[in-house]
Design a protein around this ligand. Structure first.
Ligand code: SAH
Length: 216
């Protein structure tokens, strides 16, 4: 009984989170639906469950954070622009939350993480969902994932000083990449590839952990 009540209250909290995303201006129903399907609570420590549906980043250990729901939704909405995401690379799998959301929007998801224990955490968190289209890799994502390229979509969950050349090179023709760029002042940048031309458009200011090179 007790656990059913807590499952119901978690469901209500998730529904409120999605309603808030709507009020904050997210219009893409497929993105809202995907976010409704992933209980964020399952990706944070038990001690943080009470704030799992707040619109804030939360710690996931190793000085990293699970991204703020609004920012996840906004990046996905811009990337989608009403179409499917196709073959997708996520740089910075963290606890696996965004990879779970992506699994409902992309045909295939390759999520890479440079901190081994976080990759293990993401695997553990995603196991229960049994997604057939999500693959996790231990790799330095600033180099992309050459063996699985090209990608229709690339989403970077950590802020780069400059857009890594390898990521641009691994975008398919017609592909799109969303990446936060900057140090203390960061901005979301959308990169759209048409043949040899890479068009960049700037979106809102954000705050992400830094994109680092190498693995640990
Ligand atoms: N998308 C994640 C958010 C993770 S925070 C989630 O839903 O939980 C950003 C993550 O990017 C961190 O886990 C960090 O270790 C990772 N990261 C930073 N630089 C990276 C790189 N070069 N390659 C792969 N992962 C990287």
């Amino acid at each position: 009984m007790r656990s059913r009540e807590s499952a119901q209250s978690a469901h209500r909290a998730l529904a409120r989170m999605v309603e808030r995303l709507r009020q904050q201006g997210i219009r893409d129903e497929k993105v809202l639906d995907a976010m409704m399907r992933v209980p964020r609570q399952q990706f944070v420590e038990d001690g943080l469950a009470f704030s799992a549906y707040d619109d804030t980043p939360l710690p996931i250990g190793y000085q990293q954070t699970i991204s703020q729901p609004y920012v996840v939704a906004r990046m996905l909405e811009i990337l989608r622009a009403g179409r499917e995401l196709g073959r997708t690379l996520e740089v910075g799998a963290g606890c696996g939350y965004q990879a779970a959301v992506l699994s409902f929007l992309a045909t295939e998801v390759f999520a890479v993480e440079r901190i081994r224990p976080l990759l293990d955490l993401a695997k553990e968190n995603l196991r229960a969902f049994r997604f057939a289209n999500v693959r996790l890799k231990y790799a330095d994502g600033s180099l992309g994932l050459p063996e699985a390229a090209p990608f229709d979509t690339i989403i970077v969950a950590a802020a780069a000083r400059e857009i890594p050349a390898a990521l641009k090179a691994q975008l398919a023709d017609g592909g799109r990449m969303m990446i936060p760029v900057g140090a203390s002042n960061q901005q979301l940048i959308l990169v759209e590839r048409q043949g040899k031309v890479f068009k960049e458009s700037r979106y809102e200011a954000v705050r992400f952990v830094p994109l680092l090179s190498g693995m640990e």
